[in-house]
Design a protein around this ligand. Sequence first.
Ligand SMILES: Cc1cc2nc3c(=O)[nH]c(=O)nc-3n(C[C@H](O)[C@H](O)[C@H](O)COP(=O)(O)O)c2cc1C
Ligand code: SF4
Length: 450
Amino acid sequence: MARFRRFALEDTDHLIREMDALNRRLPISDNLGILGETVSLGNRTLPNRFVIQPMEGVDADPVDGSPSDLTFRRYRRYAEGGSGLIWAEAVSVVPEGCSNSKQLRLRPDNLDVFKCLIDETRQAARDALGHDITMIVQLTHSGRFSRPGGAAAPLKAQNNPWLDDFLGMGDLEPVSDDYLDSLQDDFVRTAELALQAGFDGVDMKAVHGYLAAELLGAHRREGKYGGSYENRTRFLRETTKGMMESLSTGVIITTRMTVLEPCPYPYGWGVKPVPGDSWELDLTEPKRLMSECLEAGMPIFNVSMGFPRFQPYLNRPHDNTLVGQDDPPEYPLLGVIRYQEAVREMQSVDQNCPLPTAGLTWLRHLMPQVAAGLVEEGWCSLIGLGRSAFAYPDLPKDLLTTGGVSRSKCCTTCSMCTQIMKDGVGRTGCVIRDREVYGPELKRGRRAAV
Ligand SMILES: Cc1cc2nc3c(=O)[nH]c(=O)nc-3n(C[C@H](O)[C@H](O)[C@H](O)COP(=O)(O)O)c2cc1C
Ligand code: SF4
């Protein structure tokens, strides 16, 4: 494994030399115009290939989960920045499934605030760029990582010694089948509200170790939600089917699905079915499930991998870690390549499915050429912006109008936005490129943590 080093790449020639040294490859292209192409999504047309990936801002009203002024500001900046698709962040479907006290919650009594958020965001895109955007919202239950009101109150899908030992959850009973049955209804009800609020579509979040993702690897769970492939995927398949039946045709129902829950078999997902103390990536089941989801009527799909809590290097390669943590165990460029290779494998399930990638932010000013290469060679069809959405929301506009991006606006992968989340006090965004707003938020959390 290539040892950890921080980003020091000057240009694409330099990047190619580094990849040659690793004996790995990412496609690179100067055909940046490809990123401005329109893309069909069901009965809609995306104005370009850029997608804001879901990024929790932990800035909702702690009392009722309504979007706050800072939420409005974030979404306005995304819209004005030019991305054609905004994949809105995780919104909890039940109070006990919130990841923190300031996670967004969509409820009948705050529907009007969400309506305003969506109207203003769409209008901001029209005013700034004259185009219409598509908005999908991610619905979630945080499972093991639930912290409603800010205090840990985990709900797990199965007994898993790898996670239970690490998180001190050995004594916790897995949630019952009855709980999951009624949670399906909560997802469908919240999806109905999302449509009333004005979203174009709904994503059932099944990624990053949260409840629906953990169920995918629940080989040892008893009952109808565990054991066989059919049972482990039941919660995702039945819930999204329920959404499709309850919402009108033309509404986008989709999922951001994990391709890897990295635990040794029989506890992981996307891992080779070989018992032992380690895991190896095997996308057979994730590809099968993606194929079934598309057949069932999902017009778009999204993926990610790993537990951000334990292996952030897998899904957001970075130069700096959280306070008190060791440096990443590998050269972040390897993480970028691994992620893109997994996305390419998933895109191969259906080359016509709009599939956004992510994990490109570490590449900074070299991201556009790699993004263009990925699209040109069919590794993915859309380019997702995660941390770049916080640091440099107008990257798409700059690129598509001037042909270049500004190095001084790029995310430095310093992890301070994640530090704010971890500290659990502040509201998050880019501490480096949006310092006036988020510098004080970081300080508040750090002071509380110390
Ligand atoms: C602060 C923060 C919040 C995030 N919130 C979400 C979320 O709500 N839902 C989700 O699926 N991914 C979430 N992610 C992951 C991103 O969507 C994205 O996959 C990841 O940052 C890698 O992309 P990047 O290299 O462009 O940052 C979050 C990441 C960060 C750093
Ligand atoms: S705080 Fe800003 S620069 Fe640092 S990782 Fe987050 S978005 Fe990037």
